[in-house]
Design a protein around this ligand. Structure first.
Ligand code: CAA
Length: 258
């Protein structure tokens, strides 16, 4: 865990708290951040003692975007040839849930990284934006697609074309964030929410995440069928028997992850 250069990783019981830690660059996302995040999330996903992750930044910035200084001199061959930023899609293959806890700036790649997480809890100080157009480029980590799916075409188009920021209230109204909490309580609230998730039967958590995500990739009929099949599959688990028996016996479930 101590090998990471740009993030801090802490385990709080069954919750992995990952904190972006490049304060000198407002947590701008460079190649090292991606490498650290991929390593930390792979370790989290493979660890049966961990049930949910929280990804956060600092009070001033979740992340102020991809690292502009790293990209400044790059040309088309370097970008296209190395498929720059494609590595972030690996991050979205994490099977266990990840909550983004966003305070301050979540701009460009920072907003995109938050949207790659399963949901976003926002501090009242949060500001979201896709300002790449001001640099004569565009989102490159999925922002135009995920923002449009999250808030609809009108707002996504306005944000991408003007680069303006959305505050936490507007982001909540638009459906970009699940809820707003006071900045001072953000990390504790996110960890508490993650602990609630991590206390659920692990296979049911994986299935719930997988089926909600399917809503963005399928027709309604296919999605409903996918949900029903996964639901049926959960009846093959010991934890389903335990969960329903525990309800009937009016006691908490005791999960085995089987
Ligand atoms: N990349 C590299 N360095 C960055 C950075 C970024 N995205 N954002 C901030 N920094 C650096 C600044 O250069 C500055 O470093 P120095 O002290 O060495 O000059 C330091 O972080 C502090 O930043 P500011 O002095 O600018 O802080 P501020 O409070 O005055 O302004 C801000 C804050 C409005 C967020 C401003 O920093 C800003 O506009 N940042 C860039 C936002 C942006 O354009 N993001 C999109 C990047 S492109 C992208 O993300 C592509 C993609 O889709 C994947």
């Amino acid at each position: 865990m101590s090998d990471y250069q740009t993030i801090l990783v802490e385990r709080r019981d069954r919750v992995t708290l990952i904190t972006l830690n490049r304060p000198e660059a407002l947590n701008a996302l460079n190649a090292q951040v991606l490498a650290d995040l991929l390593a930390a999330l792979a370790a989290f996903d493979a660890d049966d003692t961990q049930g949910c992750a929280v990804l956060t930044g600092s009070a001033k910035a979740f992340a102020a975007g991809a690292d502009i200084k790293e990209m400044q001199a790059m040309d088309f061959a370097a970008m296209y040839g190395r498929n720059h930023f494609a590595g972030y899609e690996t991050l979205t293959a994490t099977r266990k849930p990840i909550i983004a806890a966003v305070a301050g700036y979540a701009l460009g790649g920072g907003c995109e990284l938050a949207m790659m997480c399963d949901f976003i809890l926002a501090a009242d100080t949060a500001k979201f934006g896709q300002p790449e157009v001001k640099l004569a480029v565009s989102p490159g980590m999925g922002g135009s697609q995920r923002l449009a799916r999250a808030v609809g075409k009108a707002k996504a188009m306005e944000m991408c074309l003007t680069g303006r920021m959305m505050d936490a209230e507007e982001a909540e109204r638009a459906g970009l964030v699940s809820r707003i909490v006071p900045a001072a309580d953000l990390v504790e609230e996110a960890v508490k929410t993650a602990a609630t998730i991590a206390a659920m039967a692990p296979l049911a958590v994986l299935a719930n995440k997988e089926m909600v995500n399917a809503a963005f990739e399928t027709t309604l009929a296919q999605g409903v069928q996918f949900e029903r099949r996964l639901f049926h599959g959960l009846f093959g688990t010991a934890d389903q028997k335990e969960g329903m028996t525990a309800f009937v016996e009016k006691r908490p479930g005791n999960w085995t992850g089987r």
